[in-house]
Design a protein around this ligand. Structure first.
Ligand code: G
Ligand code: G
Ligand code: MN
Ligand code: NA
Length: 250
């Protein structure tokens, strides 16, 4: 496929960049970090969304080097932000399962001098389709480096409540599909309430994704959710707009 060939060349041609979307602390009422989101600017195709090229990168074995580039670049950029700002980075299941992953993280932290306490890795439930003893060992080794683990898109995947008991997550990201419906349907409202309460009792932070309206924001705040993220606060922005976002949302 033509897109595969283009993707293989995209790194050398410097066509990738990172955008950043603010994470907002609902108790402190201010910005507390950013999630890095990969962008591919193709000279002819224009902006190709990650939903389209990340699955291909996984298929053709490019996600390893690409994910490593993301980690290094994001850590390098985040180290210049004010010290309390967190950096969240998405990690795909294939990347997480790679035997070199622990070292890649350690290298990115060492090279950038970013404090591991500022780094949050977002993994999805697809990680748990593989060997769970290995997954658990990897999670423990990552946490031993001092960083935090967030479970992304929570509730949409192969969720099993037993994961929450067995694996050391620090944070649950409530998927935007529940957030969107939480102010409309009784079912989603109950699920959101249950997830926040579960997170609290297990000592995990909760963040609501995809906040687009003030009504959704007020609802999540009233439910006791810790953090929020979404277009209401900001779309993902290029790194040049980080300083302005910090001022705007502080
Ligand atoms: O950013 P949106 O910006 O369109 O991102 C769409 C999807 O792509 C999300 O599920 C997000 O987790 C994923 N994604 C964005 N950036 C990265 C990345 O750097 N690595 C991986 N593995 N997934 C990413
Ligand atoms: O799957 P993950 O949560 O990593 O990816 C975040 C995705 O959600 C990105 O594609 C990002 O652009 C998108 N996103 C962020 N905020 C909003 C929002 O308020 N509404 C919608 N519909 N999408 C959002
Ligand atoms: Mn994410
Ligand atoms: Na998500």
């Amino acid at each position: 496929r033509a897109i595969e060939l283009d993707l293989r060349e995209a790194m050398a041609k410097d066509e990738f960049s990172l955008y950043y979307q603010p994470l907002y602390d609902l108790h402190l009422d201010r910005i507390c970090g950013f999630e890095a989101l990969l962008r591919w600017h193709h000279p002819k195709r224009g902006m190709v969304p990650p939903d389209q090229f990340i699955p291909i990168a996984e298929e053709i074995g490019l996600i390893g080097p690409l994910g490593e580039w993301v980690l290094h670049r994001a850590c390098e950029q985040a180290v210049t932000w004010p010290g309390e700002m967190k950096l969240a980075v998405n990690v795909s299941a294939a990347q997480f399962r790679d035997s070199g992953f622990i070292d890649i993280i350690a290298d990115a932290l060492a090279a950038s001098q970013l404090s591991p306490r500022r780094l949050e890795l977002e993994i999805t439930e697809s990680v748990f389709l593989a060997n769970s003893a290995e997954t658990l060992a990897t999670l423990h080794k990552l946490k031993a480096q001092g960083l935090r683990i967030a479970l992304d898109d929570f509730g949409t995947g192969y969720s099993s409540l037993s994961y929450l008991r067995s694996f050391p997550f620090d944070k649950l990201k409530i998927d935007k599909s529940f957030v969107r419906d939480a102010t409309a349907t009784h079912g989603s409202k109950s699920i959101v309430r249950a997830v926040i309460s579960l997170g609290r009792s297990l000592g995990m932070t909760t963040i609501a994704e995809g906040i687009e309206t003030v009504e959704q924001l007020n609802h999540m705040r009233a439910e006791g959710c810790n953090e929020a993220q979404g277009f209401l606060f900001s779309h993902p922005v290029p790194v040049t707009e980080i300083a302005a976002k910090i001022l705007e949302l502080r």
